[in-house]
Ligand binder design. Sequence first.
Ligand code: E4P
Length: 217
Amino acid sequence: MKFFVDTADTDAIRELKDLGMVDGVTTNPSLIMKSGRDIKEVTKEICDMIPGPVSAETVATDAEGMIAEGLELKKIADNIAVKVPLTWDGLKACKALTDKGHMVNVTLCFSATQALLAAKAGATFISPFVGRLDDINLDGMDLIADIREIYDNYGFQTQILTASVRSINHVSDAAKIGADVATCPPDVIKKMAQHPLTDKGLDAFLKDWAKTGQSIL
Ligand code: E4P
């Protein structure tokens, strides 16, 4: 499973990248707003740091506008994946941009039929938002499983990019289903390393070690 980091915080990306944990990055208008930085400047910095796909989102609502913004965002770096929303116009923009050979991430996906349309429009990535479905008492992971089944039935190459990840269970469940990518906030990736039995075991080992009076170095 590939890990993308869902943030425009370059310090957080750098820390995870140094550990080999970052295969790509996703941003959106809210994350750019949170960073307080210029979209082109911060996206360029991310693209220079991470060789994998870096999603940058369009904000136009018509296909023509999305295509124009997508082509502008593509000028930032070769590894830009243009992010468009899963609307009818977004699908048109997806088809036009992928036909030109650009990577496209179709975002704000909340149903299997939406995902099917995105695949037919040639999307490189489909982003089903699991956390936002859970928020309204639906099961985001059911959607990941449905999309996996549908894509596998027909051999669609569109990669399932599990988005709106809020917990480590989202990551392990998506991995079990076979989602291609999970895009995670940095704190979720860090939480994946934590286990109370690891802490308890380490504490016991260190106490016993101290009793030996030995030192390794
Ligand atoms: C994905 O590409 C989105 O940027 C993101 O995962 C949305 O997450 P949220 O629902 O926590 O805002």
